[in-house]
Design a protein around this ligand. Structure first.
Ligand SMILES: NC(=O)c1ccc[n+]([C@@H]2O[C@H](COP(=O)([O-])OP(=O)(O)OC[C@H]3O[C@@H](n4cnc5c(N)ncnc54)[C@H](OP(=O)(O)O)[C@@H]3O)[C@@H](O)[C@H]2O)c1
Length: 290
C-alpha cells in the first residue's frame, strides 16, 4: 500500500451495503477495529465480536483473507475491510481518516497485528527493526491516540493491546525487540487504563503464551516449537474469548491460561539473575538466535 492517505480504500466487495450503519437512519452502532485480522488471534477476536453482534472493521495486508473473513461473518454483522501495511508510518492516520470518511465510528480498538524477527540484533538491517517498532509499538500508540478522543467524548470505549507473556518474563537471546515491544505495550496499557477509567474507557493488555496461529510459520520457528509440550499451547479461539471478556470487564492485564499465569508468577518471585538464566536455557526451545 502506498503512504498516500487517499489511496487507502475500503474493499467494496466486503462492505454490506444493505446493512451499512452509515447508510441506515438512527443512531449508529460502534464498530470494533481489529488489526491483524487476516489470521490467528486477530481473526478469532473478529469471530468473537461478531458472535456478540459487534460490527467490524478488519485490517491487515492480505486483503483476500480479510474479504473471506468478512464474507464468513457478514451474515452476523456488517464488516468493512481496509487492507493496509502498518509498517508504513502513514497508515494509522489513513485508517482513521478512511473510517471517518465512510461515516463509521470505532468504540473498540484491538491492536493485535504482530510478528517476530528471528536472530541476534545485528543479524538484521536497521530498516527491519524500524519496521518492527512501527508495527509493534508506534502504530498501536497512534491508533489509540486517534480513536481515544471519540471514545472519551461518547463516554464509552475499549482498547485491547495484544501483548504477550514474553512481555512479563526476562529477555533472552534472539528476537531481540519482541519481548521489549510487548513489555512496552503492557506498561502503555496500564497507564492508559488508569488515565481513562473514569471516562468509560477500558484498556487491556492481553498476554497470551504459545497460541496456535500462523505466528511461528511467519518466523520460521514452527519445527522448533512443535517439539514443545502440547500443554504449553492454547487455541486462538480461547485466547480471543478470554481477551474480549477481559477488556469488556475492565481487566487491565490478562494472562491467558493457568500455566502461563504460573510462569509469570514464578518469574516475579525469582531473583533477576536466576530468571535470566532460566529464560536463556528455555528460550533455546522457541527463540531462533541465528
Ligand atoms: N501465536 C502466539 O504464540 C502468540 C503468543 C503471544 C502473543 N502473540 C501476539 O498475538 C498477535 C497476533 O499474532 P498471531 O499469533 O495471531 O499470528 P499470525 O497468525 O501470524 O497473525 C498476525 C497478524 O498480524 C498481521 N500483520 C503482520 N504484519 C503486519 C503489517 N506489517 N501490517 C498489518 N498487519 C500485519 C498479519 O496480517 P497480514 O500478514 O495479512 O498483514 C496477521 O493478520 C501478535 O501481536 C503476536 O505478537 C502471539
Amino acid at each position: 500500500m502506498s503512504t498516500a492517505e487517499s489511496e487507502l480504500e475500503p474493499a467494496a466487495a466486503a462492505q454490506d451495503e444493505g446493512s451499512n450503519p452509515a447508510a441506515a437512519p438512527g443512531p449508529q452502532p460502534g464498530h470494533a477495529l481489529i488489526t491483524g485480522a487476516s489470521s490467528g488471534i486477530g481473526a478469532a477476536i473478529a469471530r468473537e465480536y461478531a458472535r456478540r453482534g459487534k460490527p467490524l472493521i478488519l485490517t491487515a495486508r492480505r486483503e483476500d483473507r480479510l474479504v473471506a473473513l468478512a464474507d464468513e461473518l457478514g451474515p452476523l454483522v456488517p464488516c468493512t475491510v481496509l487492507a493496509a501495511d502498518l509498517a508504513d508510518p502513514g497508515v494509522p492516520a489513513a485508517i482513521f481518516d478512511q473510517v471517518t470518511d465512510i461515516g463509521l465510528f470505532v468504540d473498540t480498538l484491538v491492536n493485535n497485528a504482530g510478528y517476530g524477527v528471528t536472530g541476534h540484533y545485528l543479524s538484521k538491517p536497521w530498516t527491519t527493526h524500524a519496521d518492527f517498532i512501527q508495527v509493534m509499538m508506534t502504530a498501536p500508540c497512534e491508533l489509540a491516540h486517534r480513536f481515544l478522543p471519540g471514545m472519551v467524548e461518547r463516554g464509552r470505549g475499549r482498547i485491547m493491546n495484544v501483548a504477550s507473556l514474553a512481555g512479563l518474563v526476562p529477555g533472552s537471546a534472539g528476537h531481540t525487540l519482541y519481548g521489549a515491544s510487548k513489555a512496552f505495550l503492557i506498561r502503555f496499557s496500564q497507564s492508559l487504563a488508569l488515565e481513562y477509567a473514569d471516562k468509560g474507557v477500558h484498556v487491556s493488555a492481553l498476554c497470551p503464551g504459545f497460541t496456535y496461529s500462523e505466528f511461528h510459520d511467519v518466523t520460521g520457528t514452527r519445527d522448533m516449537v512443535s517439539k514443545m509440550s502440547r500443554r504449553m499451547w492454547m487455541k486462538a479461539e480461547d485466547v480471543a474469548r478470554i481477551g474480549v471478556e477481559a477488556v469488556e470487564s475492565g481487566q487491565i492485564v490478562c494472562v491467558t491460561g493457568r500455566l502461563n499465569r504460573a510462569i509469570k508468577s514464578m518469574f516475579k518471585l525469582l531473583p533477576d539473575g536466576t530468571g535470566l538464566r532460566i529464560m536463556q536455557k528455555r528460550a533455546r526451545d522457541f527463540r531462533s538466535a541465528d
